[in-house]
Ligand binder design. Structure first.
Ligand code: AMP
Ligand code: ZN
Ligand code: FE
Ligand code: FE
Length: 282
């Protein structure tokens, strides 16, 4: 069984439509794939139909952008939650709206130094999609400022850049509790991805565990090996599930579907804990 529990479509910052991601998952020889767009479940319906047609099982999911009281970015994966749960829906709607204002501010700052307009950015965003820095990166690529998203993130768009603007994001422990309240299973995404920015300390892990954290995404290309050892020890100590995933973004990132996998027993335990919605099986 080949199970990959983290993939994005153009409902957020992936480059392919949800149906195309399902076809790509089948082509990559996956048996199970999770669709985990940033702060949105809008791709679930299309992905469900396509998954059945492609003969791949779909785990409906989402990736929630969070920020700690110390200003550290945390990504939380939610699996199998109720997409209509009012508390969770309110929180991601607030974040999605804030992302729009934030992107407008970033483009205003960037436009002082680069040939970039708001229309150039919107050109790269599917209607209703969750806006992110990758879409701004696409406009910078089109303008010939950088070669690809990776170069944009390594320079102009890093969180240290003078063009970077934050957006509203819930506290990670609050988000964990909301995912549980919505019947979902919360897993901390790429927890030690230090190249992206500061990573959280023990206190944040303990707060998230107290709030109901189910697992840690250990096998992810952005987690350095020493950090993975720390995560495995933490999972052992607290009885957390350990997942492995690609974080596929179509052509937006080098990450390939199936480059990391989750074991069938871990998927079974995620399903046991979930009450919000079910895995879509062909
Ligand atoms: P944002 O949520 O708008 O702050 O943008 C962060 C998102 O950009 C992350 O969720 C990643 O999916 C994506 N991202 C981060 N680093 C890179 C990179 N080097 N290349 C392409 N996409 C990236
Ligand atoms: Zn992304
Ligand atoms: Fe992430
Ligand atoms: Fe992701």
């Amino acid at each position: 069984m080949r199970i990959d529990l983290h993939a994005h479509s153009n409902v957020s910052d992936g480059t392919e439509a949800p149906a195309t991601v399902m076809a790509a998952a089948a082509a990559a020889g996956l048996d199970v794939v999770a669709l985990t767009d940033h702060d949105s479940t809008d791709g679930w319906a299309e992905a469900s139909l396509a998954a059945r047609a492609e003969g791949v099982a779909l785990v409906p999911g989402m990736e929630i952008s969070c920020r700690t009281d110390e200003g550290i970015s945390v990504h939380l994966l939610s699996y199998l939650h109720d997409p209509a749960h009012p508390g969770l829906l309110e929180e991601i709607t607030k974040a999605k709206d804030a992302r729009l204002t934030r992107a407008e501010r970033m483009v205003t700052l960037l436009a002082e130094d680069y040939p970039l307009s708001w229309d150039d950015v919107i050109h790269h965003v599917a209607p209703g999609a969750t806006l992110g820095r990758p879409h701004i990166a696409d406009a910078l690529v089109a303008a010939g400022v950088v070669a690809d998203r990776t170069e944009a993130f390594a320079s102009i768009l890093t969180s240290h850049s003078r063009y970077f603007v934050q957006h509203y994001a819930p506290d990670p422990a609050v988000a964990v509790a909301l995912v549980r309240a919505a019947g979902g299973v919360p897993v901390f995404a790429h927890p030690v991805a230090s190249a992206r920015g500061r990573v959280v300390g023990r206190r944040t892990y303990l707060e998230m565990i107290d709030a109901g954290l189910a697992g840690l995404e250990v096998e992810h290309r952005d987690n350095p090996e020493d950090g993975r050892a720390y995560l495995r020890a933490l999972a052992e100590e607290h009885g957390l599930l350990v997942t492995g995933s690609s974080d596929y973004h179509g052509t937006g990132k080098p990450n390939l579907l199936g480059e990391n996998l989750t074991t069938p027993d871990v998927l079974a335990r995620i399903e046991e804990q979930a009450t919000g919605t079910a895995v879509v099986r062909p």
